[in-house]
Design a protein around this ligand. Sequence first.
Ligand SMILES: *Cc1c(COP(=O)(O)O)cnc(C)c1O
Ligand SMILES: [Zn+2]
Length: 389
Amino acid sequence: MFVSGLDCPRCGAQHDAAKPQNLCDCGSPLLTRYDLGAVHNAVTQAEIATRPADLWRYRELLPVVAMDNQTSLGEGWTPMWPAEAYGKAIGLSNLLLKDEGLIPTGSFKARGAAVGVSRAKELGARHVAMPTNGNAGAAWATYAARAGLRCTIAMPYAAPEICRQEIVAAGAELHLVDGLISDAGKLIAKLIAESQGEIFDASTLKEPYRLEGKKTMGLEIAEQLGWRTPDVIIYPTGGGVGLIGIWKAFEELRELGWITGRMPRLVAAQSSGCAPIVQAFSRGEKQAQPWPDAQTVAFGITVPAPLGDELILNSLFASGGTAIAVDDSEILEDLAEFGRREGLLLCPEGAACLSAARKLRASGWLAADEEIVVLNTGSGLKYPGTIQL
Ligand SMILES: *Cc1c(COP(=O)(O)O)cnc(C)c1O
Ligand SMILES: [Zn+2]
């Protein structure tokens, strides 16, 4: 393994990656660092090209030492294809869609769960717990079961029933909470405190490795373009783990010398019903304020107070990107329009990226011929009811 340690991006403290870790003492999430010089000597892009089509093809840039601890259901290496007809309709000649709907559990949360569960198991965890809006809980329950770990999930009653069913199907312990994900978080914190070290806190960004799993989206985008960067990547931002991960991927690739030239501009797409990052970005602030009364059809991005706000905003500013809010009505219109033109039923979070692309083209922020990648972060099949019959 090429992990050299865990860094605190806020206070600079170093933490031991050989032990289970949660947040830094200062409250910031931790970032995994690699000996990239050694990675450069150990593997080439040509060698990676010969490996199986899943996210473990990037194992030198992931934690987890022993193959035995690699818990996999074949996640990753999702298709990325040109959406020509829809792109043309909104004035973009080079629009690509990366479809994470094809991943086990129907959302890209499986990337984070595969790597997070594998590493937790390797570091000796026997029981993991977290709050969720739905997809993360479904993915972690699934991978924990496959790894032989116990799993406890808390989620709001209002979260989608299908995710509840996935969690129960995987044999996890499920707590339903009358409230938001923040209330589910309080319940999990209480259970963890009472467990006297038995339960490992796997909440979003409270452990460093789900970010590494989500980072592989960025690695794949670069490899699928022939080790090149697109001009812009548009990401539906809730907790922001994927956005932070994609930026980290491109930084690591640049340091490895596997990509050169300009970095992609990152765009955080949020719903106007929950847009703390858009608000902070527009004010030029480094931290986000909690969003009151958060609500949107795109439940995966209903995160009123993301723990990674500083890292998200830093990625947006550093990449020359932006943040934009779109209304639920626009999300549903673009979801339907995309289906009519390209056939695929998107998840609303993915459709939010298209609304963002349409608006950013209309405002001139996107040029007509720029290469734009949008992430469809989950399968539309998990969201019955987005299409009216
Ligand atoms: C969780 C989720 C998101 C947001 O992911 P973050 O990386 O936490 O911002 C987007 N789309 C779907 C479908 C999700 O489940
Ligand atoms: Zn710190």
